[in-house]
Design a protein. Structure first.
Length: 214
């Protein structure tokens, strides 16, 4: 009996990365790469076709205005949508939470072994979730200690603090009042056990909430 292969769309703005992923997956039985997309917008359009079972999605695209997380939300919001597996270099809460909330079925880092990628695609095709160990560990920590874990909004605020934005600019960016931003930061300080913006950024970076600044 012939088994229908899992049909995959590769969405990444780097041709070399797409070629590498294709080369890996073409050696895997039961998996067929049927399309590629260089922008998140193209991925959303191509994923609407019924011949796609799983989308392998990057998070950051150099071209276009849509992020991988936004594309994931657009794809998974459709009826009978393909599954989305995020494959990225970014593993902080600032990256993982929006993607998972958008409906990603899997989340792997690009240093994962090839067999883990193939396994994640097969798992996603059956509607089950695969997470990189570091991502899974932090999600479990959040569930075990919700009172000390930063919320998605607190991570967003702290990420903008790390970019050097003032409270006023953060409020404008996130459509909040300046007082609300200050309240978020006060809770962040308490949860991280710090008393300054610099210390909060350092602690959050160390714990994997936000990316380290170049």
């Amino acid at each position: 009996m012939t088994t229908t292969p899992i049909r995959v769309l590769l969405a990444d703005d780097h041709p070399v990365v797409r070629a590498g992923l294709r080369a890996v997956l073409e050696t895997e039985p039961g998996i067929e790469v049927v399309a590629e997309a260089a922008t998140a917008e193209d991925a959303v359009l191509r994923a609407a076709d019924p011949d796609i079972d799983v989308v392998v999605m990057d998070l950051q695209f150099g071209r276009g205005r849509m992020s991988g997380a936004e594309a994931t939300g657009a794809i998974t919001s459709r009826p009978d949508a393909p599954r989305v597996v995020i494959v990225t270099t970014y593993g902080t809460d600032a990256d993982t939470l929006p993607a998972i909330e958008a409906g990603a079925t899997g989340y792997l880092l690009k240093d994962a072994p090839p067999d883990e990628l193939a396994a994640a695609i097969r798992t996603a095709a059956h509607g089950r979730t695969t997470l990189a160990p570091s991502v899974a560990d932090r999600l479990v920590d959040r569930l075990r200690a919700p009172d000390v874990a930063l919320t998605k909004r607190e991570v967003e605020v702290l990420g903008l603090v790390a970019e050097g934005l003032s409270n006023q600019r953060i409020a404008e960016r996130l459509h909040l009042t300046e007082g609300t931003v200050k309240s978020h930061l006060a809770r962040v300080y308490t949860k991280l056990g710090v008393d300054s913006r610099t210390a909060a950024v350092a602690a959050a970076t160390e714990r994997g909430y936000i990316r380290s600044r170049p």
